[in-house]
Design a protein around this ligand. Structure first.
Ligand code: R1P
Length: 287
């Protein structure tokens, strides 16, 4: 088997992976990802014990136990460019032998659960909603750089979404479904819908501040899409990349969104931390 070169897979002198700064034994099979560094401690404070705290740049990791379950919580920072790093390095930690630099014969499938914040784009989704993403539709460019398999209902949804947004130049949406079992277990009793992932926070999410927005009424274009029982419910910046790369690499993923804002009612929650805490508790109870 071919060895991965020192520039394709960068391993630090202490044997840790380049950005995450983690050793293979540092991560659990269940990984919770969050955007905000401070949210790592907000999750690990619920653990019965914490065995490890490490970090580098925006990638802070705590690994510990909740009852008998070993869990890693890791901050990704913002955006699918960071998700590219996090998903590839998590996969390398479990599926590449760092001594031989070869891909292992038996591949491991991680369970990856994002607990993130998000804005609703449908009027019937109030702030405070906890929403599990049935699919992630990406308006960013990440998956143009990977072979990405689309299967089952994703094909027809992708065709519908491409047709709906075909008048916007330069975007090539991609779509991936959540892991079905995680959606049915962790996502039970949560609102559900397609989560749209944007490559920015302002104009790429339809916000108009001072720079002139070249895509008029992006929110209206997102929330007017519907096909069968599916509609786009919310906007954030990581889900589509997590779902697509997790599937490409053979991992299971679910994105749980704490809805802090209504983009159609022009509201932002006065108690965002309470909503995030509700999402954290719902996920931890179901793990
Ligand atoms: C933008 O403010 C950030 O918040 C949302 C978006 O996806 C983006 O990362 O998620 P997090 O709260 O998990 O970072």
């Amino acid at each position: 088997m071919q060895k991965l070169s020192e520039s394709d897979l960068i391993i630090n002198p202490d044997g840790s992976i380049y950005h995450l700064n983690l050793l293979p034994e540092d991560i659990a099979d269940t990984v919770i990802t969050v955007g905000d560094l401070d949210r790592v401690g907000e999750i690990s404070k619920h653990f019965d014990s914490i065995e490890l705290k490490k970090g580098k740049r925006e990638f802070i990791t705590h690994t510990g136990y909740l009852g008998k379950k070993r869990i890693t919580v890791l901050s990704t920072g913002i955006g699918t460019d960071n998700i590219d790093i996090v998903l590839n390095e998590l996969d390398a930690l479990v599926n590449i032998d760092f001594q031989s630099r070869e891909i292992k014969k038996e591949l491991k499938s991680l369970t990856i659960i994002r607990i993130g914040t998000s804005g609703a784009i449908q009027a019937d989704l109030p702030m405070g909603t906890i929403l599990a993403a049935t699919h992630g539709v990406g308006f960013d460019a990440l998956m143009q750089y990977y072979y990405h398999q689309v299967s089952g209902d994703e094909h027809s949804l992708l065709d519908g979404i491409k047709a709906h947004f075909s008048h916007i130049k330069g975007i090539h949406p991609y779509i991936t479904g959540a892991d079905q079992l995680l959606l049915e277990t962790i996502g039970k009793e949560m609102a559900q819908g397609i989560t749209a992932t944007a490559p920015g926070f302002y104009a790429p999410q339809g916000r108009q501040v001072r720079a002139k927005n070249a895509v008029p009424d992006f929110i209206g274009q997102l929330n007017s899409f519907s096909q069968d029982k599916h509609r786009i419910t919310n906007l954030e910046m990581e889900t589509a990349g997590i779902y697509a790369l997790a599937k490409t690499l053979g991992h299971k993923a679910l994105s749980v969104n704490a809805i802090l804002a209504s983009r159609v009612k022009f509201e932002f929650s006065k108690e965002p931390n309470k909503i995030v805490e509700k999402a954290i508790k719902m996920v931890l109870e179901r793990l």
